[in-house]
Design a protein around this ligand. Structure first.
Ligand SMILES: O=C(O)[C@@H](CO)OP(=O)(O)O
Ligand SMILES: [Mg+2]
Length: 414
């Protein structure tokens, strides 16, 4: 009874890139939940549609009433059923009628309202009493590709993960130390650098991929030595963005180099060993399970080979990947699939097959902190949510609060 839904409101708000997005409020007899949808710039082709034709305005004008008339009176805690109803209202297999962002905002706001109805934080309501570990933050240091302007590297994200951190504050601080050190190093290479940043708060420098890799690597080494907290580099190559299907080449424009599929595998394998990469995301384009599997066979014993555009948080596509031995980890972005239930199902499938789930932000974000709770509740060992910038820090600060509440908190097992 406590979680019976009494009202549902949708509103248009603005994300970190200045684009409109949707926020949902769900009111229950005894609680309240609010959640906002993020949005991607380098989206996978198999993601659900973000919005219906007519965008956020159509959602507010027409779809709010459709959803509220169906779910008012239902129990917010019956989230699976709520998510089914959202799918029924939509009636397509990719949320193109109501928008995956609409669905995800309502789904998340509903479960937050359910948690609030029982006076529980979301991670506790979803995860019960057992979760005691905090995910390691995978932080963005240098932005390129679709997240930065001209002259930035082709590789989309130069990331770091403080694998030696013993608590979340130390982990966040370590990432910030590397972020600052990288700025100093960029200025040494390019004295015209003004400190400009990309969409996710990493620096957006006029550097080649090679220069950025060198700077990232040496900054990790220095900060590890100085602080005693081991921090390791990673990449989101986002290679679908520069895969040329006609030419069958990965076209690195900034570098003026093109690589065949085989050359791409060798190049990435070489980077993994040269720079001791802990993590590589989307090194191969989203339709090539075979090359993904080849790289995983080569380097999967010493590096997380992660699928984002490849799997798009979709359990059916992940099942194909598991079958093909493509990758050993995956990005979890709820708005790629549209509901909490489907997000959970994908995480469960991943874990059952020893794929490491990494709960992730999008490049367009709000200060919504829900993903911090999902990572803890679902025992994801890593959260990818930037290192600097208010909409990134919102999630990291929430992890500090969660850690404070846990009885015997520890960092996750990597
Ligand atoms: O590619 C990615 O992993 C994300 C987040 O870092 O970017 P976007 O949200 O633009 O898809
Ligand atoms: Mg990605």
């Amino acid at each position: 009874m406590d979680s019976v839904i009494e009202d549902v409101r949708l509103r248009k708000i603005i994300d970190s890139r200045g684009n409109p997005t949707v926020e949902a409020d769900v009111l229950t007899w005894n609680g309240f939940g609010r959640a906002a949808a993020p949005s991607g710039a380098s989206t996978g082709v198999n993601e659900v549609a973000s919005f219906p034709d007519g965008g956020v305005d159509r959602v507010i004008e027409d779809i709010e009433d459709l959803i509220s008339s169906e779910i008012i009176g239902m129990e917010a805690e019956d989230i699976r059923e709520i998510d089914n109803v959202l799918k029924e209202i939509d009636g397509t297999d990719n949320f193109s009628n109501i928008g995956g962002n609409t669905a995800v905002a309502v789904s998340m706001a509903t479960v937050k309202a359910a948690a609030s109805s029982y006076n529980l934080p979301l991670y506790r309501f979803l995860g019960g009493a057992m979760p005691t570990s905090i995910p390691f933050p995978l932080g963005n240091m240098i932005n390129g590709g679709a997240h930065a302007g001209v002259n930035a590297p082709d590789i989309q994200e130069f990331l770091v993960i403080p694998v030696g951190a013993s608590n979340i504050t130390e982990a966040i601080t370590t990432n910030i130390n590397v972020h600052r050190r990288i700025k100093e190093k960029i200025q040494k290479v390019d004295d015209t650098f003004t400190g400009g940043k990309g969409d996710e708060g990493g620096w957006a420098p006029n550097l080649t991929n090679q220069q950025a890799l060198e700077i990232q690597f040496s900054a990790c080494e220095e900060i590890s030595d100085e602080t005693g907290v081991l921090v390791r580099p990673g990449l989101d190559v986002a290679s679908s963005e520069f895969w040329n299907e006609e030419e069958q080449q990965y076209v690195y424009e900034r570098e003026g180099v093109s690589r065949s599929v085989g050359e791409q595998i060798d190049y990435i394998a070489d980077l993994i060993d040269t720079y001791k990469l802990f993590y590589v995301e989307d090194p191969i384009q989203e339709n090539d399970f075979v090359a993904f599997a080849e790289l995983t066979a080569k380097c999967g014993d010493r590096c997380l080979i992660c699928g984002d555009d490849l799997f798009v948080t979709n359990a059916e596509i992940l099942a194909e990947g598991i079958e093909a031995n493509a990758g050993n980890s995956l990005i979890i972005k709820p708005n790629q699939i549209g509901t909490l239930t489907d997000t959970y199902n994908t995480i469960e499938l991943a874990k059952a097959n020893q794929y490491v789930p990494i709960v992730s932000h999008r490049s367009g974000e709000t200060t919504d902190e829900t993903i911090a709770h999902l990572a803890v509740a679902f025992n994801a060992p890593i959260i990818k949510t930037g290192a600097a910038g208010g909409e990134r820090i919102a999630k990291l600060n929430e992890l500090i609060r969660i850690e404070e509440e846990l009885v015997n908190p520890k960092m996750a097992d990597l």
